[in-house]
Design a protein around this ligand. Structure first.
Ligand SMILES: NC(=O)c1ccc[n+]([C@@H]2O[C@H](COP(=O)([O-])OP(=O)(O)OC[C@H]3O[C@@H](n4cnc5c(N)ncnc54)[C@H](O)[C@@H]3O)[C@@H](O)[C@H]2O)c1
Ligand SMILES: O=C(O)C(=O)C[C@@H](O)[C@H](O)[C@H](O)COP(=O)(O)O
Ligand SMILES: [Zn+2]
Length: 358
């Protein structure tokens, strides 16, 4: 079992990666906790696809140890990543009398991790123990690590949220076996993002015939990059913005599709293509990058065509968190592994977007 550490400003995350960790999750959750520091109640938050397959193996580890366990199951889907869902979780937590010293476990993909993290950050002004057990590739390589959590508003992605580092992240490679090809590919979009912004070797590890063999190595590399970036800039005032490569237009695409038409990974795929297309046209990005990026995305059936017109996309990105006054921080890559952050007036971005066509 690999163990990686993320030293956050308020707490440390211990991140475990191996096959079969779900079966020993309770031990990992309790590792290093003195009796005094242990929770007495645990609430598992999961969704309607994940819970029937993986919840029982988790629940049955807690009850014999004398812990009180409850669960809250959300209907699967990004469209439920809302304040309404969080409010229902608060009711479950309160009805089951979870206290500040108790524990929330997020068992699921990025949607569950983001919602459960936000509930843990806000219920009773913050609950002591938060565990992330990511069950999609996307959640393993990205969303379960680094502490960003929150929900969408109708006007935009992740507009309400917090930074709350999880205490432990338990990455069990075996759970990826039940993912559909589509959802697995959606996670590869974020993997490709890490290849573009930091480590081009990741793109080589993706060569399809060896993908399964390379998967644990790929997850580990992505998590290490995320740890490095987050430790340097936990609250996204500088370096961390690079993790948003492809997300400015990606988030606009998700929102215009009412959070149902495109998965997060698909939207990021389109957003990375758009960023590289603009980068090449304005001589920020090395020629040929677009062709290589498009080829790797297509290999995994990820979309590369921009599905909305320029005017709608521009309107949608005006609520982006990276916008400050009339300027937006936009992330380009010069070539895979080398980013360039540009703070530009939104009107300049609007001009640049002309190269995307109508
Ligand atoms: N906090 C962050 O830093 C961060 C980073 C990246 C993405 N995100 C967020 O993550 C979300 C996307 O995450 P996602 O792609 O994991 O989506 P998701 O959580 O909606 O999961 C995708 C689908 O896979 C199903 N599923 C999950 N695990 C499964 C398994 N092991 N077997 C079978 N089915 C399974 C889910 O029920 C769901 O239907 C977005 O809301 C995005 O904004 C957050
Ligand atoms: O961890 C980060 O920082 C990221 O930006 C990771 C992104 O992949 C992720 O989609 C994140 O939720 C986007 O954050 P936001 O602040 O732009 O909503
Ligand atoms: Zn993302």
């Amino acid at each position: 079992m690999k163990e990686l550490i993320l030293n956050g400003s308020r707490n440390t995350s211990r991140i475990f990666i191996d096959k079969g960790l779900l079966q020993q999750a309770a031990d990992l959750c309790l590792a290093d906790l003195s009796t005094e520091d242990q929770p007495s109640k645990i609430c598992m938050i999961s969704d309607t696809n994940v819970a029937p397959v993986y919840l029982e193996v988790l629940t049955e580890q807690w009850e014999p140890r004398g812990f009180e366990v409850c669960s809250h199951i959300i209907t699967a889907g990004e469209e439920y990543k809302t304040l309404q869902t969080v409010s229902e979780i608060y009711e479950t937590l309160s009805r089951n009398q979870l206290g500040r010293k108790d524990m929330i476990i997020a068992l699921g993909g990025g949607v569950i991790g983001d919602i459960a993290g936000f509930a843990a950050a806000t219920y009773l002004r913050g609950i002591r123990h938060l565990i992330q057990i990511p069950t999609t590739l996307l959640a393993q390589v990205d969303s379960s690590v680094g502490g960003k959590c929150g929900v969408d508003l109708p006007t935009g992605k992740n507009l309400v949220g917090a930074f709350r580092q999880p205490d432990k992240v338990i990455i069990d490679m075996n759970v990826l076996s039940t993912l559909s090809r589509e959802i697995f590919s959606s996670g590869l979009a974020e993997v490709i993002k890490y290849g573009c912004i930091w480590d081009p070797e990741i793109l080589e590890l993706l060569s399809a015939d060896e993908l399964q063999r390379n998967l644990e190595e790929i997850v580990t590399r992505c998590v290490k990059i995320k740890i490095h970036v987050v430790e340097e800039d936990e609250t996204e005032e500088g370096l961390r913005r690079i993790l948003n490569f492809g997300h400015t237009i990606g988030h606009a695409v998700e929102m215009l599709g009412d959070f149902t038409r495109f998965s997060h990974g698909e939207a990021v795929a389109v957003g990375m293509v758009a960023a590289v297309k603009m980068g090449e046209a304005f001589e920020i990005t090395k020629k040929g990058t677009l062709q290589n990026l498009t080829a790797v995305l297509k290999k995994f059936d990820l979309p590369t065509d921009i599905p909305y017109n320029r005017k709608d996309l521009y309107g949608a990105l005006l609520t982006d968190k990276k916008k400050q006054g009339d300027c937006i921080h936009f992330i380009h890559i010069e070539e895979p592994g080398k980013t360039r952050q540009v703070k530009m007036p939104v009107l300049e971005l609007k001009e640049m977007m002309k190269v995307l066509g109508d």
